[in-house]
Design a protein around this ligand. Structure first.
Ligand code: CO
Length: 216
């Protein structure tokens, strides 16, 4: 007896339909991957990377974790970025947060969830860093939304400071960093307009983006 038979059925149907729509699709895919984009997003089941941006298998390199954090000592995330930049030569790294992020909301509350509390410390640090801006917002939901946005800006700043990314820029490799946020309730992506194209402009753009949120 197969476990989870409905998932195998779904897979069979999907593989068949994909091949019918595009004969040879899987064979071509098995020979190479050549994605232009690295997506760093939340592990949330409601934020499926490929589907949101309408990209097929092979077109998007993906790393997901709770609250789309880029931590300088996270070997997993660093390895994904290194492989994407040095080997696949992606042209864009997109950090995508989402409103109503459970990780961000948990970081803002003082409830104990277990091991994950330690991971969420990184988000709590961002909350502390921007507590003045956050304190100005009375409405809890809007305050959570703002921390979701600040989290994306901060994580993109982290990406820009990684040696792998800095080295790519120094050798003239084309690499753009983008900061997006997704709203589960309408299915739409928003660009936080915090785009970084080289190491020199990273810090200035970061400050501009934080100020833009402050004056929103
Ligand atoms: Co989330």
């Amino acid at each position: 007896m197969k476990f989870l038979p409905h998932l195998f059925e779904n897979n069979k149907t999907w593989a068949k339909e994909t091949e019918l729509r595009e004969p040879g699709f899987f064979k071509t895919l098995s020979e190479q991957q050549n994605p232009d984009y690295l997506w760093i997003g939340c592990a949330d089941s409601r934020v499926p990377a490929n589907e949101i941006v309408g990209l097929k298998p092979g077109e998007l390199f993906v790393h997901r974790n709770v609250a789309n954090a880029v931590v300088h000592t996270d070997l997993n995330c660093l390895s994904v970025i290194q492989y994407a930049v040095d080997v696949l030569k992606v042209k864009h790294i997109i950090v995508t947060g989402h409103y109503g992020c459970g990780g961000v909301i948990a970081a803002m509350s003082n409830t104990r969830l277990g091991l994950i509390d330690n991971w969420l410390r990184h988000i709590k640090d961002i909350q502390h860093k921007h507590q003045e801006q956050l304190r100005e917002i009375d409405d809890l939901e809007l305050r959570q939304d703002r921390l979701c946005e600040l989290n994306v800006i901060e994580q993109v700043m982290n990406v820009s400071q990684i040696s792998i990314v800095q080295d790519a820029w120094l050798r003239g490799q084309e690499l753009q960093l983008h900061s997006w946020i997704y709203r589960v309730s309408d299915g739409r992506l928003r660009d936080l307009k915090n785009n970084i194209n080289n190491g020199e402009e990273a810090v200035d753009i970061y400050h501009q983006s934080i100020n833009a949120l402050l004056n929103k």
